[in-house]
Design a protein around this ligand. Sequence first.
Ligand code: SF4
Ligand code: ZN
Length: 319
Amino acid sequence: MKCRKCQNKASVHMRQHKLALCKEHYLEWIPEQTEKFIKKYQMFTREEKILVAVSGGKDSLSLWEILVRLGYKADGLYLGLGIDTSTSLSAGSGIAYSQESQRLSEKFANEHNLKLHVVDIEKEYGQSIPMLAQSSHRGYGKPCAVCGLAKRHEMNRVARDLGYDVLATGHNLDDEAAVLFGNTLSWASEYLLRQGPVLPETNGLARKVKPLCRFYEREMTAYAMLSGIEYIYEECPFAEGSQSIFYKETLNQLETARPGAKLIFYLRFLEARKSGELFIEKNVKLGLLHACPKCGQPTSTPDFCSFCRMVEKANVKTE
Ligand code: SF4
Ligand code: ZN
């Protein structure tokens, strides 16, 4: 397979886009696309101050690198969750998850001469995430609900206190499609109406954006690897067996059978949301039904109904 731009050997082949690129052109393509999405969804301008939530993983570090490379003013925020083997609620995977992710985030910031704010939840509030989870009814044996709540709270607090215009997170298409899938399965309308690349600022809540939301997870892995970003490979030990991982696997099966399905699922949802079609009963058409002049059955298409037209077309062809 050859690179579409230079005919050298391709490093990344994206079936869903019918596009193959060499390393050099891939490393140009991702930031170019990101810039397009930032503009399309009106995420932020070059004058605004951006706070990137970094976890030490491939997505958030790549996002930070891309934004800076594109000339945006972006600082980082690392939240120390205290998820390590020493914690009693640890899932026992044997990795010092928080320590390692902090080390890699700091290393990245130093190497690129960027400003990273570090907030340690335990130092700030006297308890780490696993400790908070144990003493909260939200725990259910897993600290994720507590963790999500704390992350949202702290990201917003830091953004507001330090005067950032916008909060950026590294959610990719796989993340967004999995959330969408979960919310669709339960028809969680309130969540569905709020899901999107941009969550506008509302009283006291900073604007939130997801510039990577249209990239597949493996596209981001390829970007991080090819650009030499050192990131933490391990997932948080508590992610294991989670619902979102199950949804991701399900969507991956679908994607294997129908390349592009994940992207279409997400993009069509965004279109429907934007046009206001979501959850608005489309009974308008029902009122406009009339009888097909040929068969007499109700139809919304002008003149003959779709069935009669199909039959007629087929007969014309075979005549
Ligand atoms: Fe927090 Fe995610 Fe780990 Fe759950 S899996 S504890 S939400 S970092
Ligand atoms: Zn090339």
